[in-house]
Ligand binder design. Structure first.
Ligand code: BGC
Length: 286
């Protein structure tokens, strides 16, 4: 049973995600930014579904090792690997190490992301480059290395009908413009078109490429908003389902998109957002 990490009000019971079926037995996965937030929940959920998991981190190795312990507690193998995903050399080295550890890879979840917010005319080139570098280029580099391995190896019939699965972590800001966050929204919009283009290009090789578009999920990235009562109320005015998302809400969808349950799905973003992309203002206006 998921727990509420703080006292922020929610009138909803949460699903029992721990009881979900083991859809990924024998598969090997790599999750970036897996030491916290959504990445952490995804890594643990993939393990509970039966996958071995590489837990990538760039800061806070201890937190990554804690995730490895949770992966091992689920009965699969975990390994924490360092890489700054915006750096080509780091990414190539991490994939080499991952292949040495696990022999191959079936699933990649490029998730690592940051915000460096500023009004447009105050945004520095460094803020722009950092966010584009990690959130967009980082996904490009990780997907490229993963796909080389998927294509080299082909379908491993004993674990999946596909030769590989990519599950990009995008955002509702793939489609919702976000004033004061032009670097972040541009990166997330870029993820959507990268994902669709790769889905088209790689489908003949039986490689599926999809994304998840999380809405407001309770993690450190937006803690300053949800931990403040006014901030939380403002968030709820944008969420028809009237609760904040939990990392496990996203993680379970990652398991689905990585599994053969979604074998005929490629090139889509599944929004996991409590209805944030439904133009909530139109419930009473328009
Ligand atoms: C951002 C969060 C924000 C959410 C909804 C996410 O992609 O990282 O800070 O709360 O979108 O706006």
């Amino acid at each position: 049973m998921s727990t509420q990490a703080d006292a922020t009000p929610s009138n909803h019971d949460l699903p029992d995600y721990a009881a979900m079926p083991r859809l990924l037995v024998g598969q090997k996965a790599l999750v970036t930014g897996a030491n916290s937030g959504i990445g952490r929940a995804v890594a643990i959920a993939l393990a509970r579904a039966g996958a071995d998991v590489v837990v990538n981190y760039v800061v806070n190795e201890d937190a990554a090792q804690d995730v490895v312990k949770e992966v091992e507690a689920a009965g699969t193998r975990g390994v924490a690997l360092y890489a700054d995903v915006s750096k080509e050399d780091d990414v190539e080295k991490m994939f080499q190490q991952a292949l040495e550890a696990f022999g191959t890879l079936d699933i990649v979840v490029p998730n690592a992301g940051v915000q460096r917010d500023a009004p447009f005319t105050e945004m520095t080139l460094a803020q722009w480059n950092t966010v584009l570098g990690i959130n967009l280029t980082g996904q490009f580099l990780c997907i490229r290395e993963a796909v080389k391995e998927f294509a080299r190896r082909g379908v491993r019939k004993e674990v999946s009908c596909a030769a590989g699965k990519v599950v990009c972590i995008g955002s509702v800001h793939e489609v919702i413009p976000w004033a004061g966050h032009v670097n972040y929204a541009s990166a997330k919009g870029g993820i959507q078109m990268m994902m669709k283009t790769l889905a088209q290009e790689l489908a003949p090789q039986r490689i599926r490429v999809n994304a998840i578009g999380p809405g407001a999920i309770r993690t450190d990235i937006n803690k300053s908003v949800w931990s403040d009562p006014d901030g939380y109320a403002g968030m709820m005015s944008l969420i028809p389902y009237n609760r904040i998302g939990e990392p496990d809400d996203v993680a379970q969808v990652a398991v689905f998109l990585a599994s053969d349950m979604s074998d005929y799905i490629t090139g889509v973003t599944l929004f996991v957002d409590g209805g944030m992309t439904l133009y909530p203002g139109f419930a009473t206006g328009g």
